[in-house]
Design a binder for this molecule. Structure first.
Ligand code: 5AD
Ligand code: SF4
Length: 478
């Protein structure tokens, strides 16, 4: 029998048309035939990568639960195993291939087990081809644009006992009637914009997640109301590039306007991630500075401290313009924290250019940085440049940069000694049940001795000891 797979195609995924974004209010449906498919059955879902993927994981969790499945955390107990994958670097993909390899035994022992792969890796044709060649025990592959089809695809895989591959390489639309089951109890993620149109030369995301598509402001605000109603204390507005929010809607909305509307709601803490230094507007800074429930903590990826490398990366800003935003934010919100992402070993990066990244780091004295070795991604423009920095030099640069990261993490945290910070309590710490942990307004991990603190409370903590990556303290009673 001829097998019909709908395969991904990175070239098609690159396409951007002027077609307006379609907001689909009722695309998600559970067909009668699969209504009870999960009763008495277990599923295991593992999510890799960024918060956008975590949020997709919550949607899939919601779908599995509606199908009657029970979640398990041990693959041995599962009837369905789904890996929600990340494609950002080779290392992320290697982990998934390793996991697929080790799941082969389970499939051999239980041929009825359904093993699925979804998320960003599923959007890459070379990944799906490799699965077809070398990981034939995978039953189901679907992408980031058709999560709403999980009930149908799962049913097809279970009933037909054939491999099911359905990946759409399209710009994408917005689907508003998806269920979800939030993992956090007092911190919620809310998508505001999907996809990315920045096309930084090294990055696979615009291909795996489609074009920038904003949700209608009314839909976002309704979700925020639900989250508040459900007792959540903190909301993180999510997008690959939140600053671009509203640009595609052509109804005059913008991220600054949305942020103000969310800040007007009765929610204690608002965060957002990720923003791009290129279109970080004055209006945004104003809204952040004038609303006390917008947290003073910014993640603004810089990637490199050299203008030529930034240009080759397609970042559309210069070191000076980055410093300008940095200085504005630091001036308007004096005690804010600042974190960044940096890539070392981009093709042709010289030692002098790398030194400029270190210089920028010294200038900004970031609270923290996520640092990465450049990893060529098939299908991106940078993958055509020769990956000509040796592994040795790349790891040397990473080490040198990480020394600075550690130094400034410690120096920044040391400023909190004997200060009182407000902490949203996550609960007992993993290592010691008598110690509670949570995050401060500036997003510092705080471990503290509780007095009256309960999970989900916002309490004051006196900092008595500072470490590079956390603060220790004692709850202060009012
Ligand atoms: N190689 C290394 N790091 C990358 N990132 C994105 N693409 C690549 C790549 N090809 C990093 C960037 C981005 C973060 C999420 O991952 O620093 O901000
Ligand atoms: Fe990874 Fe990027 Fe996909 Fe997030 S959007 S899962 S970081 S590839």
């Amino acid at each position: 029998m001829e097998k019909k797979y709908q395969m991904p195609n990175l070239k098609d995924a690159r396409l951007r048309t002027d077609n307006p974004v379609d907001i689909k209010e009722n695309l998600f449906k559970i067909p009668k035939a699969v209504e009870n498919i999960g009763f008495g059955k277990n599923f295991y879902l593992r999510t890799y990568g960024c918060q956008a993927n975590e949020r997709d994981g919550e949607v899939m969790l919601g779908i599995f639960k509606q199908l009657g499945y029970t979640q398990v955390f041990d693959t041995e107990e599962a009837d369905v195993i789904l890996l929600n994958t990340c494609a950002i670097r080779e290392g992320a993909e290697d982990k998934v291939f390793g996991e697929l390899g080790s799941l082969k035994r389970l499939k051999r022992e239980n041929p009825d087990l359904i093993l699925g792969l979804c998320g960003c890796m599923a959007q890459e044709e070379y990944v799906v081809n490799r699965i077809l060649e070398k990981y034939q025990h995978v039953d189901l592959v679907f992408g980031t644009h058709n999560i709403h089809r999980l009930p149908q695809l799962l049913g097809q895989a279970i009933f037909s006992k054939e491999k099911v591959i359905e990946v759409f390489s399209e710009e994408g639309h917005v689907i508003e009637n998806l269920p979800s089951s939030r993992v956090g109890h007092h911190k919620a993620w809310v998508n505001i914009i999907y996809g990315c149109d920045k096309f930084c030369s090294y990055c696979i995301v615009p291909y795996t997640r489609g074009k920038e598509r904003s949700r209608m402001m009314s839909d976002v605000l309704n979700e925020i109301d639900e989250v508040i109603e459900a007792g959540y204390k903190e909301v993180t507005l999510l997008g690959q590039n939140v600053n671009a929010y509203g640009k595609d809607l052509e109804d005059g909305t913008s991220f600054a306007k949305l942020l103000q509307a969310v800040a007007d709601k009765n929610i204690a803490r608002i965060r957002f991630t990720t923003s791009h230094p290129w279109d970080f507007s004055e209006e945004m800074i104003e809204v952040i500075a004038s609303n006390s429930n917008v947290m003073p903590s910014f993640h603004l990826p810089v990637q490199s401290g050299n203008d030529k490398i930034l240009r080759m990366m397609g970042r559309r800003y210069t070191v000076d313009s980055y410093k300008e935003i940095y200085n504005k934010l630091k001036t308007r919100i004096p005690n804010c924290s600042f974190t960044t992402d940096i890539i070392v070993g981009f093709p042709n990066e010289t030692q002098a250019q790398f030194q400029e990244t270190l210089d920028l780091y010294e200038y900004c004295k970031f609270d923290l940085a996520y640092t990465f070795v450049y990893s060529p991604r098939k299908g991106t423009p940078a993958a055509k440049f020769e990956d000509n920095i040796s592994d040795e030099v790349k790891s040397q640069r990473l080490q040198e940069l990480n020394l600075l990261v550690g130094k400034y993490a410690q120096e920044n945290n040391a400023k909190y000694l004997n200060k009182v910070v407000k902490v949203l309590v996550d609960g007992p710490s993993k290592r010691n049940k008598d110690i509670y942990s949570g995050y401060s307004e500036t997003n510092k991990l705080v471990n503290f001795t509780p007095m009256k603190a309960k999970v989900g409370d916002i309490v004051k903590v006196l900092i008595t000891e500072t470490k590079s990556y956390s603060l220790n303290g004692i709850e202060k009673e009012d």
